[in-house]
Design a protein around this ligand. Structure first.
Ligand code: FE2
Ligand code: FE2
Length: 307
């Protein structure tokens, strides 16, 4: 038998049947649920473009990507259930506004270039956040993350490839890409959360080895990774303070508008009400499917017991 502290100290995984501190369990439920909600709500901005994809090829790619996000949500709800919570309860917390999802999905996707920029920047930021989570201390979460990260890298590449194609196209297409980059750049940087100085839970999450890097470290990694990709693409990142700092060996960059992040998280973004309303409608419209599945399972359970 190993205690929780020994497992964490030895860098092994905590499994559902292991004893764990209440605070660890609560933190994991909250983090995994918020992550699951983000995957599911994250289907909406791009899902809006499936019927308007410019070609059959683009439609097939986008459909696959949006379906992947649904799958990510389902793995993660399953991982949360190993901690003793119910998916229906978590969904209830989401649509009643008691549990959050990533603020990024409260921004609208205004053109098809947004599909490319979301893949490149939003899925790119998600990869930076999630690759270290493959070594997170909670076993079911870490294992879910390995598969999710493989699919996220497809998402990032399809976005970048779409943007490459548009940047080789007409002037109007190039402008649409630049316009989308201008709108998504700062919200993407906010995906890493508030600055370390305002992130009171980081120290505990790092001590429990849930998190491996701080918000600011991951944000820096994302900026360093993205700048050369922007150069190759031929787009300008909308930050006058962005420049290489040879002394630090990193790019310096400006400060995101943290008031905007607080406003969007607390419900004041462009699309908060619309996103939740659609999720609620989908949940209510799906009630008969859940009831039918339960009736079917109950009937077969009775038959099996009788046999
Ligand atoms: Fe995802
Ligand atoms: Fe993704």
């Amino acid at each position: 038998m190993n205690t929780f502290d020994e497992i964490v100290a030895a860098d092994r995984r905590v499994e559902p049947r292991d004893d764990m501190p209440d605070g660890y369990r609560r933190t994991m439920v909250r983090q995994i649920a918020q992550h699951a909600h983000s995957e599911i709500i994250g289907m909406q901005p791009e899902g809006d473009w499936i019927t308007r994809a410019p070609s059959l090829r683009r439609k097939a790619i986008l459909l696959a990507k949006v379906q992947d996000e649904a799958g990510h949500g389902l793995y993660l709800y399953s991982a949360a259930e190993t901690l003793g919570v119910e998916r229906t309860d978590l969904t209830e917390r989401l649509i009643s506004g008691r549990q959050k999802y990533s603020s990024i999905f409260n921004y609208p996707a205004l053109s098809y270039a947004d599909v490319g920029v979301i893949g490149w920047l939003v899925d790119g930021a998600a990869i930076c956040n999630q690759v270290p989570l493959c070594r997170s201390s909670y076993g079911p979460y870490a294992r879910a993350m390995i598969r999710i990260c493989k699919e996220e890298s497809f998402h990032q590449r399809q976005g970048y490839e779409l943007l490459m194609t548009m940047m080789r196209g007409t002037r109007a297409q190039q402008e649409a890409v630049q316009n989308a980059v201008d709108r998504w750049w700062w919200p993407s940087l906010m995906m890493f959360g508030p600055p370390d100085a305002d992130s009171p839970n980081t120290a505990q999450s790092m001590a429990w080895k849930i998190k491996r890097h701080t918000n600011d470290e991951l944000r820096q990694r994302f900026v360093d990774m993205t700048v050369p990709q922007a150069d190759r693409l031929g787009v300008r990142l909308p930050d006058p303070e962005l420049r290489w700092n040879a002394e630090r060996g990193h790019h310096d960059f400006g400060t995101p508008d943290w008031d905007e992040l607080r406003r969007v998280i607390s419900g004041g973004g462009h699309c908060n009400a619309e996103r939740i309303e659609r999720r609620r409608a989908a949940h209510e419209n799906g009630a008969w499917v859940r009831e039918a599945a339960e009736a079917y399972a109950a009937k077969h359970g009775r038959e099996r017991r009788a046999a």
